[in-house]
Design a protein around this ligand. Sequence first.
Ligand code: SF4
Ligand code: SF4
Length: 317
Amino acid sequence: MRLSKPEAVRVVREVIDMGINFLDTAHVYNDSEEKIGEAVKGIPRDRLVIASKSQANDRKGVTEDIDLCLKRLGTDYVDIYQLHNVGSAQRRTAVEAPGGAVEGLLEAVKSGKVRFPAFSSHSVPIAMDMMKTGTYSAVQLPINFIDTAAEKAVPLAKELDMGFIAMKPMGGGLLNDAGLSFRYLSQFDIVPDPGIERIEEMRQIVDIINAKQPLSAADKQAIEDMRKEFGPDWCHRCDYCQPCPQKIAISSVLTVKSLLKRMPFERAFRMANDNIAKAKTCVECGVCKTRCPYELNIPGLLKDRIQMWAEAVAAKA
Ligand code: SF4
Ligand code: SF4
């Protein structure tokens, strides 16, 4: 999303030249569908598996999103179409209601606009329950060596003959060791879905996967250490808690612990100090908490990070 159109087109074409055939986008990823459409022009359609997503709750909304997706991609079908983040009971009820998004999605399958109906979610219990309905051919869940809750959905997907797309294989950019990340994921029969911006990143990932090396004892120790460091209050940087009425960059503040650990203090300070100052304006309205799929106590965690920051700054003074 952050690359200019010519840069994005170049990156997508180069990864396709490397043998990558799966491209995942979404209606709400700014102009991502259009950029992918431009990049795949002239490539035989059956060489690619293209996936997109809609946040619409109702039949009409998802139908419009699918039609626009096909127009933007310049294709007459999309391989996998996902109901985007069905991560709460309310969203699930809405999409499954009469006249809901599921109806529109299944109509699109019937008319040939979509090959495989699917959904993405950040909630493993909701996802596993939905998988068992028999409605969907594929599921997308976050899974990486810190965020392991979805491990139990992998055998279920296999049993149900469903595709499994691994969202956030590098923790949304927080896990910076590609070797650890992809050696961990390689033990599962899933399709990793890394968001990359530079071609070198994909080359590195492909080399790691092709090396077919299992996790070493040192890898396992490093993973254990990182699990301890991140702890149970780990923010997944999904930003579903936004918008905050106080305009607090919640995920940036919640992840300052990692920033302090991984970056020279001066750089971390430049990146985070303004966000920490803004976090002090939290009025504890709790709106963000109702949206967080991981049920994090965001106002409490903000206070904790503000305190941690103050201590780090005092230690440097
Ligand atoms: S509780 Fe604080 S951080 Fe959360 S939405 Fe309200 S003001 Fe924003
Ligand atoms: S606080 Fe929750 S919703 Fe917000 S970015 Fe972190 S994990 Fe996502």
